[in-house]
Write a protein that binds this ligand. Sequence first.
Ligand code: FAD
Length: 286
Amino acid sequence: MKIREVLAEKRPTLSFEVFPPKKEEQFASVEGAAMEIAALRPDFMSVTYGAGGGTSRYTAQLSADLQQQCGVPALAHLTCVTSTRDRVREVLKDLKEKGIENVLALRGDIPEDGKTENEYRYAAELVREIRAFDETICIGAACYPEGHVESASQTEDLKHLKEKIDVGVDFVTTQMFFDNNRFFHFLYRLRDMGVTTPVIAGIMPITNVSMMKRVRSLSGATLPRRFTSLLDRFADKPAAMEQAGILYATEQIVDLIANDVNGIHIYTMNKPHVAKRIQEEISLLL
Ligand code: FAD
């Protein structure tokens, strides 16, 4: 099923992200975790595409397994900046053959050595390519409530986001954020620009200290004092840190649902028990 149809029928949607393994020998265990998450019957699941395109084969495989074995619509991520146009078309063909109807079109991060294929510069170019390949496919894209890290300002980032949406995006999913007010402010500005496309809120339950450190360095998301105090208090108590992280994410979700968000997308980090716990906590709100 196409995610744009799911979004038109239901509000809010609940969906989960998983990431594929880097190596063949890890596939079975990752697939097992993804299947456990799929057994929670989310509205859809997304499967990431490894930085530099390294895990592309597993992205398509895992997406197909989720659909065929569990009946959960899959959203396959696809990045373009380290890819050629021929390679992108090959991946799209493979996804189509596997029955995948939803693609999250991404530029991908510029590699540290700066080496790209120079065939794509921005995700909007990939959106055009996908639309030209199949005009019926459902296309999602990324957005950044606090602005993308490379953007000089949120205004500039919003302008480029609108350009990307205008070339054929059906919905957008946000980068993780920990302060809902940042999300509401972003949404207000986007709607003010006349953009009516559904916006799905991406929520990352931070369940251990190393995740917190990674988030700090990679996402550029503001970490409110309420949030960092969890780390101060529970850093050396792993079980408590996990519980506090799940509760914090759940509180964010309750507030988002109360404010009529289109959908909630949970970055599960392939942890079925985290997905299950959050789903249980909000079961009557959906
Ligand atoms: P773009 O939309 O191309 O934007 C990138 C930057 O370029 C922004 O600063 C934008 O403002 C600017 N820009 C856009 N158009 C123009 C223009 N015409 N002129 C000048 N500037 C412009 N990465 C992965 O490797 N694999 C994944 O599976 C993955 N999944 C993700 C899922 C979500 C929901 C999100 C939010 C991110 C994900 N990422 C993933 C990370 C993403 O690839 C990076 O954030 C990347 O740096 C930007 O990708 P984008 O598609 O948002 O790029």
